[in-house]
Design a protein around this ligand. Structure first.
Ligand SMILES: [Zn+2]
Length: 267
């Protein structure tokens, strides 16, 4: 093993990273109907970010992805207003109620939201991404060149591929690489300039990040935590302690996210 770099040292000491761009591309706020979460609030998440040196967390609302978009999105809007430099808001749409979607999208973009979050049926009963109700959502994202964070756990990749080809102005963040269909995630990241793959996953497959870097994908991998479902610290440690060059850690922890989210300085 090589001598520890300063990412590893900060992790071992439990100290925040300094002088690095660290962006969590996949976070949430709010309570879950599935299991209790202690203090799933904006203030608690900012405290977590400060403990680790995370500048920005991109959040969607847990109540919104579980079917209450109106109230759920309001949680995220409040957080963005309270901490405009610390949160990037993903809007969630009520895709099951297509009459509501156009107004939700217009209101969200005019307000506090800079991207969209979609959460399809892999995790629950619901509409697959290739259902016609998603068409206006992705058409809107194309029109406004928005980033879209898509929950993916395998089969959703096929549902999304047509949209990836059809809507080249959307920047796609495909979540949970390592869950299933690893080769397909890698193919998407290689083949489509608008696709990035995102890391958060509770099972933390050993060697995954090393594998992706060795496969030449260090410009296409994004760090995300799935906070407040998961702790940011455990997911951050996967990158801090990965056996990859420091330059690749920098890309994965923040530099790639700047591009995927349209946050490059001067833009
Ligand atoms: Zn998530």
């Amino acid at each position: 093993m090589n001598a520890p770099d300063h990412f590893q040292t900060a992790g071992r000491l439990g100290q925040p990273l300094h002088g690095e761009v660290v962006i969590d591309t996949h976070g949430h706020l709010g309570h879950s109907p599935d299991f209790p979460i202690v203090r799933p609030t904006a203030a608690a998440l900012v405290a977590s970010m400060d403990r680790m040196g995370i500048q920005l967390t991109c959040i969607s609302s847990i109540p919104a992805i579980f079917g209450d978009a109106e109230h759920g999105n309001a949680l995220v809007a409040d957080a963005v207003q309270a901490y405009p430099d610390r949160f990037f808001g993903y809007l969630v749409m009520d895709v099951g109620y297509p009459d509501k979607v156009a107004a939700q999208l217009a209101r969200g973009l005019a307000g506090d939201f800079r991207g969209l979050k979609v959460w399809s049926y892999g995790a629950r009963t619901g509409l697959p991404y290739n259902h016609s109700n998603y068409e206006p959502v992705f058409a809107f994202a194309q029109q406004h060149a928005l980033p879209v964070l898509a929950h993916v756990f395998g089969p959703e990749l096929d549902e999304l591929e047509g949209y990836i080809k059809k809507y080249p102005r959307i920047r796609w963040l495909l979540a949970h690489i390592g869950s299933a269909e690893l080769e397909k995630y890698k193919r998407f990241a290689r083949e489509y300039p608008t696709v990035w793959v995102e890391l958060c996953l509770s099972s933390c497959p050993r060697g995954l990040i090393e594998h992706l870097v060795a496969a030449g994908l260090e410009d296409k991998v994004l760090w995300g935590s799935d906070a407040v479902f998961l702790d940011q610290a455990s997911q951050l440690g996967r990158v801090l302690f990965a056996q990859i060059p420091v330059s690749a850690k920098r890309k994965i922890l923040g530099l790639n996210a700047r591009r995927a989210l349209g946050l490059e300085p001067g833009k």
